[in-house]
Design a protein around this ligand. Structure first.
Ligand code: S3P
Length: 403
């Protein structure tokens, strides 16, 4: 039966659902709440391990954080009120936490040490340490500053005029946090647009930053003011349900109050190009972040080529896009995505290897992958491994046993 041959769910997916809060925005709300003056409340904070690591680091740095299970309240200390932590700061698995805290702490007049799990200790930190050293930071990492653990002896920094070699929101945000504390004009230029949640959050906390094209300018030092933040649903979480609906005939889902920041939803452009039926309703502004209900209906898809400036706008969605492409007619090419090699795992390898193990027709390239879509053929099935990477685990969760 056609339905049994299909790699989707057995029954159409119908209904409305609300995905958890945006991870990138939650991290930033916790950090900015702590370094602002006055009270910040956060509604919709993502209580996943990564964002909880950020919260516990901010507590260790002196912020008064309470969580009543719904609302998080932070009584901020201002940048100058942060205090030397009594122990190492453990970021767990969170690359955003460790990189943003490098920028924040390099300018605070005390000693701090950042550690994380085994995956964090393998990820490149020189991309943040080198520009911070140019600003005058005393900051060191293992293996010639390439990796964590990281030790920081905070001091007054010079502002940065820096051209980022890769489009990375974590690097940009670390340098903006340092620049907010340095005296003078910091100008950061990116090779392509990475997510701009930090810029939007600086403004939400009463700070000033100008963005023109890919150049971001701020004049420090700045003092920020606590505010009330509502975190929209995470588009990267919504992406898994969007794909589930797109590969299961008869489906129609409405994902409510999802963040649709243009620097995050490159996948929507790609899906439309592939023939997807996806639309936004009920558009709103949440502290300078656009949010909307996303309506998606099943549609047969065709392959596409994706690369260039679109990649940073869908980088976290590539594992689930690869799965989707196995169900799209034709050859999908993902290129210019070498950054995937330095995520929680090497996501080019883990995506290709694990999808191959369950029968997908997919091959690895230097900077991406090629997927041959066969919507009418079932996967052979088999066992696969998330390799400890949440986005690979969520992607494999769509696996439907054959027959
Ligand atoms: C993030 C930026 C991106 C993204 C990560 C979250 C952020 O990483 O992949 O999941 O919150 O700033 P890079 O800055 O390394 O591109």
């Amino acid at each position: 039966m056609a339905e049994e041959r299909f790699y989707g769910y057995r029954k159409p997916l119908k209904g409305r659902l609300q995905v958890p809060g945006d991870k990138s925005i939650s991290h930033r709300a916790a950090i900015f709440g702590a370094v602002a003056h006055g009270t910040t409340t956060i509604r919709g904070f993502l209580r996943g391990d990564d964002c909880l690591s950020t919260l516990s680091c901010m507590r260790a740095l002196g912020a008064d954080v309470t969580d009543d299970g719904d609302l998080i309240t932070i009584r901020g200390t201002g940048f100058e009120g942060l205090k030397e932590p009594e122990s190492v700061l453990n970021v767990g698995n969170s690359g955003t936490t460790i990189r943003l805290l490098c920028g924040l702490l390099a300018a605070r007049p005390f000693f701090s040490v950042l550690i994380g799990d085994a995956s964090i200790h393998r990820r490149p930190m020189d991309r943040v340490l080198l520009p911070l050293k140019k600003m005058g930071a005393d900051i060191w990492g293992r293996a010639d500053d390439r990796y964590a653990p990281i030790a920081i002896k905070g001091r007054t920094l010079e502002p940065a005029v820096y051209q980022l070699p890769v489009a990375s929101a974590q690097v940009k945000s670390a340098l903006l946090l340092a620049g907010l504390q340095a005296k003078g004009k910091t100008v950061l230029t990116e090779p392509g647009a990475s997510r701009d949640h930090t810029e939007r959050m600086i403004r939400a906390f009463g700070g000033r930053i100008e963005s023109e094209g890919q150049a971001h300018t701020l004049i420090g030092p700045q003092s920020l003011k606590g505010t009330d933040i509502r975190v929209p649903g995470d588009f990267s979480s919504a992406a898994f349900f969007i794909v589930a609906a797109l590969i299961t005939p008869g489906s129609k889902l409405c994902l409510t109050s999802v963040g649709i920041n243009p620097t995050r939803i490159g996948m929507v452009d790609l899906l439309r190009q592939m023939g997807a039926d996806i639309s936004f309703t009920n558009e709103q502004d949440w502290n300078g972040e656009p949010a909307a209900d996303i309506v998606v209906r099943y549609a047969p898809l065709k392959a596409a080529t994706v690369g260039g400036a679109l990649i940073p706008k869908l980088i976290d969605e590539i594992p689930i896009i690869a799965l989707l492409a196995t169900q799209a007619e034709g050859k999908t090419i993902i290129k210019d995505a070498a950054e995937l090699k330095v995520k929680e795992t090497n996501r080019i390898k883990t995506t290709v290897n694990e999808l191959k193990r369950i029968g997908a027709d997919i091959e690895e390239t230097d900077d991406g992958m090629i997927i041959y879509g066969h919507p009418d053929q079932p996967f052979s099935g088999g066992s696969a491994d998330s390799c400890g990477d949440h986005r690979i685990g969520m992607m494999l969760g769509h696996r439907q046993p054959k027959g």
